[in-house]
Design a protein around this ligand. Structure first.
Ligand SMILES: [Zn+2]
Length: 318
């Protein structure tokens, strides 16, 4: 059965409100926050801790209440959920269906934001950006494991996403995909994004093990002078592991100690999936570990709030 956007908005509004009330309510009444597409809170994220990097790996119908309840048990207050990818082994999951599914998984809270996993090299990529925006999708995710991230096919897709005002998270760093692909994920290959005005994009995993290169690209973009009459993109650093715990202190410390302006440009994420949040075995250790690292290098509550909330707020809403 095809579900219309209006049905989703009504479902999300109802489920969002009841889901929120049945767990811990935000500290401010919801009415104080502006509501956007699908009944989501926009503009300002309520106080709390957010996960900027979550996945759907299963093909199942959404179970939004179970997912949300497990997230809350793990101490998270919302975040971004990436759709499943277009998969030739599951032809029934069309792009439209995948968008509807991620919207459905996010329906239990107004602080869960659906992202669509797009192949920017696909012939219909530009049309899929339109479809996603029309459905109320909040952002995009790209993992391009069969080519460099920026070429003549993909750049118009990023430009369209930027014009729509939507954020874009790229996989960067080594990927366990059973094939030689690392060269496609080196941070320096994302430099052409310097020519996409106003694009808010994140490199996930601090590009581990190329985290130094990731920060060098960040520094270069921040120091760039826009050509006359043009605007620059905004790069964000997504610290989702990635990093084995052995490297965690080095990577997180370097992000904040390198000396660049990182204010509201760093995103905490877990890489947890809708069906694995229940164990908390991946999400749980990194949150206190990161907090210890940040406090250990002398950073206070304001930076922690930026790391766990305001960075994502800036990424989502500009
Ligand atoms: Zn991921």
């Amino acid at each position: 059965m095809k579900t219309s956007r209006r049905d989703f908005i009504q479902t999300a509004l109802a489920a969002g409100l009841s889901g929120c009330m049945s767990s811990r309510p935000p500290e401010k009444p919801l009415s104080e926050y502006q509501r956007g597409a699908l009944g989501k809170i926009v503009g300002e994220l309520p106080p709390g801790r957010y996960d900027a990097h979550m996945h759907i790996f299963v093909k199942d119908e959404p179970k939004p209440d179970e997912f949300w309840a497990e997230m809350r048990r793990c101490g998270l207050d919302g975040g971004c959920l990436f759709s499943r990818w277009v998969d030739s082994a599951a032809p029934e999951l069309t792009p439209e269906k995948l968008m509807d599914r991620v919207i459905g998984w996010c329906a239990a809270s107004p602080t869960l934001y659906p992202f669509y996993w797009i192949d920017p090299g696909a012939p219909d990529a530009l049309d899929l950006v339109d479809m996603a925006v029309e459905k109320g999708i909040y952002g995009f995710k790209v993992i391009r494991s069969d080519g460099l991230p920026c070429d003549r096919k993909t750049m118009p897709v990023y430009e369209k996403i930027a014009k729509a005002g939507k954020p874009l998270t790229f996989h960067s760093g080594i990927l366990w995909d059973n094939k030689p692909s690392s060269d496609f994920f080196r941070p320096a290959h994302f430099e052409p994004l310097i020519d996409v005005p106003d694009l808010r994009f994140a490199l996930a995993h601090v590009s581990w093990p190329w985290h130094d290169e990731c920060m060098a690209v960040y520094g270069k973009l921040q120091a760039a002078e826009p050509a006359e009459g043009r605007r620059l993109p905004q790069m964000f650093v997504d610290t989702t592991p990635g990093t084995p715990m052995l490297y965690r202190k080095e990577v997180v410390s370097k992000v904040y100690q390198i000396g660049y302006d990182m204010k509201d440009r760093v995103l905490f994420g877990t890489d947890a999936s809708v069906s694995h949040y229940d164990k908390c075995d991946w999400a749980k250790p990194f949150m206190p570990a990161d907090e210890r690292i940040l406090r250990g290098i002398g950073l206070g509550d304001d930076v922690l709030d930026s790391y766990f909330r305001k960075g994502l707020q800036h990424f989502l809403f500009g």
